[in-house]
Design a protein around this ligand. Structure first.
Ligand SMILES: C[S@@+](CC[C@H](N)C(=O)[O-])C[C@H]1O[C@@H](n2cnc3c(N)ncnc32)[C@H](O)[C@@H]1O
Length: 259
């Protein structure tokens, strides 16, 4: 006999705790992700796991992050994009042009397309080609299509929305002019050899599940991928410890320059 603590039961309980309706997501992917997390924290079955996330806010938060691991946004953390626009890119352009740029862990494309729009709008002709990579082919396929829900584009500045998106049914389609600036490539940041000679690398909200050792290896490799005085832009909950040893110095919060 099936346990009463099956999937449907879990979905109801989880919604009562988190307000997240899992039925709005594809069940196989959700089940896979949840089961792998349950194994990781020894949650056992759904019944024990619900008790665990209800009682332990730390595990609950990790679980939410786990579930939303592909989540991205246009111009996520706007104040940091302002630093990028006003300080980092102009300084880089004093050294070199056009710039070589890489968005590592690009997910469904919001980050790399934000960058492409910013470059096209504020620095035309100064960086026309951007590399975007992710370990997950599915998200990159979506990124390459460039179709976004209204909710995703609503916080974009009006001029960006009107200039770079066309209404497509219920959604917004990014124009080819911006899509063409980006090349998507599958790349595992924990394994692959790294492309070289970048002026700017964005790797934001990707390393949440990486061990400290993997993070250090990653940042060391990024230092190897950057040109002298190139810049790494990381996520708003992230920080590089011992930056100096890894070949970086902090030049603004969330921005590290290759030394
Ligand atoms: C939360 S999204 C971040 C998207 C975007 N950078 C942003 O900040 O909005 C994290 C992305 O990292 C990717 N990722 C996770 N592990 C990776 C790895 N080992 N190599 C490359 N990408 C990875 C995931 O597939 C996911 O698309």
């Amino acid at each position: 006999m099936d346990s009463i603590y099956g999937w449907e039961w879990f979905v109801k309980q989880f919604e009562s705790i988190s307000k997240i309706d899992l039925t709005a997501y594809k069940r196989p992917q959700m089940e896979r992700r949840i089961n792998s997390f349950m194994k990781l924290v020894n949650g056992g079955d759904y019944n024990k796991f619900i008790a665990l996330i209800r009682d332990d806010i730390g595990i609950y938060n990790r679980f939410i992050e786990h579930l939303t691991i592909n989540v991205s946004e246009f111009f996520r953390n706007p104040s940091q994009w302002e630093v990028l626009e006003k300080e980092i890119i102009p300084a880089l352009l004093k050294e070199r042009s056009p710039l070589r740029v890489w968005s590592a862990g690009c997910s469904t494309g919001e980050e790399v397309y934000s960058l492409a729009m910013l470059l096209r709008e504020r620095f035309p002709g100064k960086a026309d080609r951007i590399l975007a990579s992710d370990i997950d082919n599915e998200v990159m396929e979506k990124a390459a299509i460039g179709l976004y829900a209204i909710k995703a584009v609503q916080s974009l500045p009006e001029n960006y929305k009107s200039r770079y998106f066309a209404k497509d049914g219920e959604n917004y389609r990014l124009v080819d002019e911006i899509k063409k600036m980006v090349t998507f490539q599958k790349h595992d940041l924990l394994k692959s050899t790294f492309p070289q000679e970048f002026d700017l690398i964005l790797c934001r909200n990707v390393v949440i599940y990486f061990t400290e050792e993997s993070k250090q290896n990653l940042y060391r490799k990024f230092a190897g991928s950057l040109r002298s005085r190139g810049v790494l832009f990381i996520g708003s909950t992230e920080q590089i410890f011992q930056a100096q040893e890894l070949g970086f110095k902090s030049i603004a919060t969330f921005f590290y320059q290759k030394t």
